[in-house]
Design a protein around this ligand. Structure first.
Ligand code: SAM
Ligand code: SF4
Length: 446
């Protein structure tokens, strides 16, 4: 009897960034080909996959807590198979450490060999446990399973890995060197997604701005955006993440000229202090960063800029932190992801002197968050009375009678409307701005 006939259920949980979510989709797709049906109910699951993150200790702690929960689930249901995949497993020595701690886990797999998950699954279905972590990618890029079809929005990998080695960051250590997919393969994948009903794609890379740097003849991220912008029936294109050091004028001009390219730049600043930026190995100064922001607003006055900030990096003084607050006030981000520095073993910053005490990090984070929350609210309040293009995504989670969708700048709006509008662009006049969402009314369909 096949798994499908037995009606086997898989629950996949992703931790961390969009790339981890995208990898979790790949794993779900592989299990679907093996006859599993995707589910959200842990109690009835036959297979649970945790696709992990190790960017900060807090993420690892949450995952370890979940593994503890799954142990109890497995005690109630001994047939349950559990797989732990992704960045946390990919760290040197992690499997040995984790296996001792959680011997009941059936499959351990890293970031470079997700594609052979079905082999691992077959092995444990025969009985036994398996751990397989490749130290580097061995498959060609194009053998990676593609984004799931039939959804309104899709994440599309345009590249893998990272070459930047920011001194705090574990990502280059667990995802390998940067490699770009061929443009024709990306474009074909997006065309196929659009044929299956997709209307918005987010192009993913740790630093999309350095896409194609190895290509000859030259073809860069701006060229890719121009080509994706031509795809019929696609309504919107987003991209994440933009490293400030590689944000070219050509790219900003391309976004300004594009039809479907959303004017939203996620441009992580990390710190407003040149001293700290240098220690972070970010390869730009605050002055250069501000020149990029100026260029964006010059060509795209309606653009939204969001960011990531780390407080409490080793050696960060009160003055350095003040400079971060100052740059937040200068740029006026519409949203910011704010983090306390977390020591990651194997990175340069973990060995640096002057690590900052936890209470100082917490105080700085609180201050930063209150500054940013205020700025985000001001942004949203400024939108009241104006009309914005929104892609209708579906019923609102908090009130299924209403619809929800995002503006081109990535703000979430809730409004009344017929479910037939899902998947189309509408103009929404903003009537009110709450802490997280905008409420409005549809003016007219596009
Ligand atoms: N490649 C993206 C970039 O350069 O912006 C970001 C990838 S990383 C998964 C997302 C964010 O996590 C980073 O921008 C940084 O702010 C934060 N981060 C990475 N390592 C960290 C660490 N050790 N402690 C705290 N935050 C960290
Ligand atoms: Fe990490 Fe820096 Fe690479 Fe982003 S660019 S993934 S922060 S090393």
């Amino acid at each position: 009897m096949t798994n499908l006939e037995k009606g086997k259920k898989v629950v996949t949980i992703a931790y961390g960034c969009q790339m981890s979510e995208r990898d979790a989709e790949t794993l779900t797709e592989i299990t679907r080909q093996e006859g599993y049906q995707s589910s959200e109910e842990l109690e009835n699951a036959d297979l649970v996959i945790l696709n992990t993150c190790c960017v900060r200790e807090s993420a690892e702690n949450r995952i370890l807590g979940k593994i503890g929960e799954l142990k109890k689930l497995k005690e109630r249901n001994p047939h349950l198979k559990i797989a732990i995949s992704g960045c946390m497993v990919q760290q040197p020595g992690a499997v040995e450490r984790l296996r001792k701690r959680a011997p009941f886990i059936d499959i351990w797999t890293g970031t470079h060999n997700l594609h052979n998950f079905s082999d691992l699954l077959h092995q444990v279905e025969q009985g036994g446990k398996v751990a397989e972590v490749w130290t580097e990618p061995k498959l060609t890029l194009e053998s990676t399973p593609l984004a799931e079809k039939g959804k309104l929005q899709a994440n599309v990998n345009i590249m893998y890995g990272c070459d930047n080695f920011c001194s705090y960051c574990i990502v280059p250590h667990v995802r390998g060197r940067e490699r770009s997919r061929k443009p024709e393969e990306i474009i074909q994948e997006i065309k196929d997604l659009v044929d299956s009903g997709c209307r918005e794609v987010t192009l993913l890379g740790q630093n999309v701005n350095s896409y194609g740097k190895e290509f000859s003849p030259a073809y860069d991220f701006a060229d890719l955006l121009k080509d994706v912008d031509q795809i019929a029936d696609l309504l919107r294109i987003r991209f994440i993440t933009s490293h400030p050091k590689d944000l070219s004028d050509k790219l900003i001009e391309t976004v300004a000229e594009g039809q479907k390219l959303c004017e939203h730049f996620h441009l992580p600043i990390q710190s407003g202090s040149n001293f700290i930026l240098q220690r972070m190995n970010r390869k730009y100064t605050r002055e250069y960063y501000l020149s990029r922001v100026e260029k964006i607003y010059e060509l795209l006055p309606q653009a939204r800029i969001t960011t990531d900030v780390i407080v409490g990096f080793p050696g960060e003084s009160e003055e350095d932190f003040e400079q971060t607050l100052e740059i937040m006030n200068l740029v006026h981000y519409s949203h910011a992801f704010t983090f306390m520095y977390s020591k990651r073993s194997g990175t340069l910053a973990a060995e640096m002197e002057n690590q900052i005490a936890l209470d100082v990090k917490k105080r700085r984070l609180q201050k930063l968050m209150s500054v940013q929350n205020q700025q985000s609210l001001v942004w949203r309040q400024k939108m009241i009375g104006k009309t914005y293009e929104v892609l209708v995504e579906g019923p609102s989670r908090t009130n299924p009678e209403r619809l929800t969708g995002r503006t081109r700048g990535y703000e979430l709006a809730v409004f009344n409307g017929h479910p037939e509008l899902i998947g189309s662009l509408v103009n929404v006049k903003i009537l009110d701005a709450g802490s997280w969402t905008l409420t409005g009314e549809i003016e007219r369909s596009k």
